[in-house]
Design a binder for this molecule. Sequence first.
Ligand code: NDP
Length: 334
Amino acid sequence: NRRFLLVRRPEGAPVPEDFALVAEQIPSPPPSGIVVRNRYASLDPAQRGWMDDAPSYMPPIPLGDPVRATTVGVVHASDSPDFAPGQWVMGLNALEDYSVSIPGGFTMPIDIGLVASPSNYLSALGAVGLTAYFGLLETARPQPGETILISGAAGAVGSAVGQIGKIAGCRVVGIAGGEEKCRRLIEDYGFDAAIDYKGKDIEVLAAEIGEAAPGGANVVFENVGGTVMEAELFNLALHARVVLCGLISEYNSAEKVGIRNLWKVLTQRATIHGFLIADFADRFAEGGQKMAQWLAEGKLRMDEDVQDGLENAYDAFMRLFSGANTGKLVLKIA
Ligand code: NDP
């Protein structure tokens, strides 16, 4: 059982020495529990936060434990009446070949007959797809004709938010890093406008957003934070709703930058909503059905960036922070 352990808390950007790949015995199921053979693991920006020893919505990953991750896999051995060997499941496990799941842990059966690849349960039908769905439709509640401004727009969450925004009848403007990603926003995901943030200061970025969203943004879907968010706040429409979904530009910096133009929220009487997908856990089935329907109808496209091998976990994970990932980043374990 190869396991990708967190052995040191990263300071700033993680380095390879913060982790260790070890091999251990394949575990046996605990009383009423199961052992899952992981096939795919989700690599998420949130994992960077779980590596810090800081209070958050989840406890930090203990040093010496494998890096916590949502996985999909097959039940390898079971002492549970609810799970049979061979059954496909998804759950909150770790970057390792085999994970132990105890009763009451988050493990649920999945129907891989409904999807092109089991990894789809980590993308369109997983937390990122549902984050886009509930974060936009339930939290921001966009109205037809409104303008939605999305940062991290070419990523897994952002690209889905933009497409759902179009389904909701909105004008959709995306901010992403580089010409190629901006091309994909328009051509692959149907955004109305795309802005490359790389190498631009706040004034230039704010002006470009203003051109793409002349009346201002009614909804801001924030994945990035920092200067990108400051440029967005200069372009709030009156009574705008800002969904604070992620602040990836700050995850690797010890010093948090903060937002220096919060007064814009005041003058525009805007609302900032902190969003956490876990709050919608009891509605995952409903959101998943809708996402699956849109996928089947060809209204939604979710790209996956599948990297191969537990031994490449570090390099794969760092793609999120260099912007190398194209679509939902997934690690194929077996
Ligand atoms: P993505 O697929 O969007 O990958 C991350 C992207 O972030 C990169 O490709 C890169 O795109 C961009 N990025 C990385 N570093 C920076 C930086 N310093 N400045 C600007 N952009 C940067 O990941 P996800 O879709 O999985 O996650 C997107 C966001 O959603 C994250 O902030 C994540 O924490 C959040 N999230 C929140 C959830 C919640 O419940 N609140 C649930 C799931 C995700 P580019 O090339 O454009 O720079």
